[in-house]
Design a protein. Structure first.
Lengths: 430, 430
């Protein structure tokens, strides 16, 4: 019976065959322990010299790291192993003998591992991070589809950019000039007027020369947009969605979290509702904590976000930022024009901002004023203005950065380990 | 109770409020029929003059197309309507009065509609196509996640391209030159060695100056790749996946298919297994049908694919193409070196190729030979070669074009209507 490691629990007591790779082994004259992986999981294969033909034992004993093989044997429960099962090997058939696999069990430098990212992904920790990423993706589709959202794919190639062009990648588009999108939001607003509740989930691009542990050049964003939803309801949607992600990872990635040594008690606290503080209060809080490098009207840096997050054991919404430091399309607070109906969601434990969102301006005249202030007079932006012309409605939306969320839930330091093939300043390979 | 049109069935007999837009109306002196949409569905609101305050009736009667409003009323079943329900309106509150909405119930030209794509998406047929697209996306994640696949996102920005650079978009990547990916497959092969069964689902780009009804510049692809899976098993996976998509759309998009006038009897026949014919047989079949413009060794054009598809009422796999007209990484048939273990899946009804796939070369020496033949000697391709060096295993994969699949299942003629904001030669707006 051909199967995979992930399905061994269905075959206890049976003889199975799995395709696998050898991660590591140890052996004596009488027994060989094979550490196997097949991509779906990890398991130990035990080869007892006296139970198998001599050439099978010799083959098992002499296999090199990352050799591919078909292993046949009986599945038994093994309560000592975190994998839960073991294979009592009766046969080993080498598919391809690997020699000099570059990533050995010893320590390697980050640049070396990044150069070998196509192989590094096979290692246990990188595998665990990608399984958590996969679960976040799965749970995202589950959440939005179960809640009646339509997936809408905004274009990547755009002929215009509302947020300045210096941090954008350019490309020639036949006779025109195009840019790679760094947010699909404006398109998602058009889609919300057609489909009510929509979400996008795709790659975005920022040609930013920054080298922090929170930045990637190419990263994935989830951007929901909801018609007839105002600021307060949007925050409720956000906290419910994040709670769903955390609960899904806790439930379905137990072994991955264990492999990564993640403190799951901290994640278990992340249940809706989340605390909300205004930007005003956040500034006060920072002053109390002794920060004298920030004044009302300035944006927070990573140290500020971390200090604010430390006061809470859940993600915290910072709301009502000054209009001047936020995007042109955010709706002013009707009670106070100098702040906008927006919120950033700051993750605990120093992982920084994972969501930015707001209610959008729905008034045509105010949007026309913003167009003038921001010089958006080119025909390229007509279509976005028209959303306020033909049946404008209150609407809100937000953007979640996938890689920062993976970093937070996995507990990894740097976002470069949260995407299969990271694109960084000076890294376009592999 | 605030709700949406999609949820009216849960509120029969109750008074509800929905946010909506006016699609169309007709009225007499005593009654007004409002055709409403809210993005989740369509419903008729009935306003009886004698049942509501005079100003409510006047407001309802005078509303213009695409005006946004809150409608309050009682939900009643209506078996005459394909939507199933009707609202007996007690109040209407205009949110924003639209004037001169450009897309009227009369006929408009395609270029005009494409220029107004941000609004055209609100119309009933475009809405239906996007709901079918959404269902195909949902069912894709469902299929692959339920079958143990890990979602892996290959990079869009790449420093190299194995398939020539003329049809690629270029961009400056800081000090380097980068390309927009037209397939993530090579990366997915690396991922399959780490995760066993993987799939990608993201945008791809082809700077092709073609203007056919089957081509987009920016389109979405699903690219699964499976370790330890050989050609025959890969075809079974493909037919099961496609059958799942078709069954999901038939089950969950009934109204959308009806709005589009789709012949669902034809779709209902699409159940696994699908017929398989070799390239050799396909050439014979074309000769029998009188085609004299194709010889063994040449690739099929759209008319050939359509003619072959006409012989079957299900999608058909054409297998074992000549190696010379297929990609360098496809595995030769061990029994016959001039053909490869590949298949294209041709949709019925003239919708053309929706899948291309193959078993991949796993032998290092043969791949090195291909590298020489195709001049892939740059260091940029080392990593891909290394997959054959460290525990190479038999593996197969395929790529499904999302938009062609949407076109087929929706029954729309041109792929430009199958993506929210199409990118075409000369179309980068909106
Ligand atoms: Mg911020
Ligand atoms: Mg073809």
């Amino acid at each position: 019976m051909k199967t995979t490691i992930a399905k061994l629990s269905e075959h206890v007591g049976e003889e199975v065959t799995i395709g696998a790779w050898l991660r590591n082994k140890r052996s004596s004259g009488k027994i060989a322990f094979l550490q196997l992986r097949d991509g779906t999981g990890f398991v130990q294969g035990v080869v007892v010299k006296s139970d198998v033909p001599e050439e099978v034992f010799q083959t098992a004993k002499n296999m090199t790291q990352e050799t591919s093989l078909y292993v046949t044997g009986k599945v038994v429960e093994d309560s000592r192993s975190s994998f839960g099962y073991e294979i009592q090997v009766s046969n080993v058939e080498v598919i391809h003998a690997a020699t000099d696999y570059p990533i050995t069990p010893k320590e390697h430098g980050t640049e070396f591992l990044m150069d070998n990212r196509h192989l590094w992904l096979r290692s246990q920790k990188q595998h665990a991070v990608m399984k958590i990423r996969n679960e976040i993706i799965r749970a995202t589709y589950e959440y939005f589809h179960e809640n009646g959202y339509t997936k809408i794919d905004p274009p990547i190639l755009t002929g215009s950019s509302a947020e300045g062009t210096t941090e954008l990648f350019h490309t020639k588009y036949f006779e025109e000039e195009a840019y790679l999108s760094q947010s699909g939001q404006l398109y998602m607003e058009a889609a919300a007027m057609a489909f009510n509740k929509v979400f996008s989930f795709g790659p975005t691009f920022r040609a930013e020369k920054s080298k922090t542990r929170r930045h990637l050049i190419e990263f994935w964003m989830i951007e929901p947009e909801m018609a007839f939803v105002e600021h307060a309801e949007s925050l409720e949607i956000q906290e419910n969605y994040i709670s769903h992600l955390v609960a899904s990872v806790l439930k379905n990635c137990k072994l991955d979290l264990e492999i990564l040594g993640r403190d799951t008690a901290k994640l278990a606290k992340v249940t809706a509702p989340f605390p909300r503080i205004t930007y005003d209060k956040a500034i006060e809080l920072l002053k109390e904590k002794g920060f004298d490098d920030i004044e009302w009207g300035e944006d927070f840096g990573a140290p500020h976000e971390t200090a604010i997050a430390e006061s809470f054991d859940k993600p915290v919404f910072i709301t009502h930022y000054p209009a001047a430091i936020k995007a042109f399309y955010m709706k002013p607070d009707p009670n106070r024009e100098d702040v906008v109906l927006c919120a950033d969601l700051i993750a605990p434990e120093g992982y920084g901002e994972i969501i930015g969102g707001s209610q959008r301006i729905d008034d045509l005249e105010l949007m026309e004023k913003r167009y003038e202030e921001h010089n958006l007079t080119s025909d390229a932006y007509n279509w976005y203005l028209e959303l306020r012309k033909y049946g404008s409605v209150p609407h809100s939306g937000f953007g979640l950065g996938l890689e920062r969320t993976v970093a937070w839930l996995s507990g990894v330091e740097h976002v470069r380990e949260t995407i299969p093939f990271p694109r960084l300043l000076n890294r376009l390979y592999p």
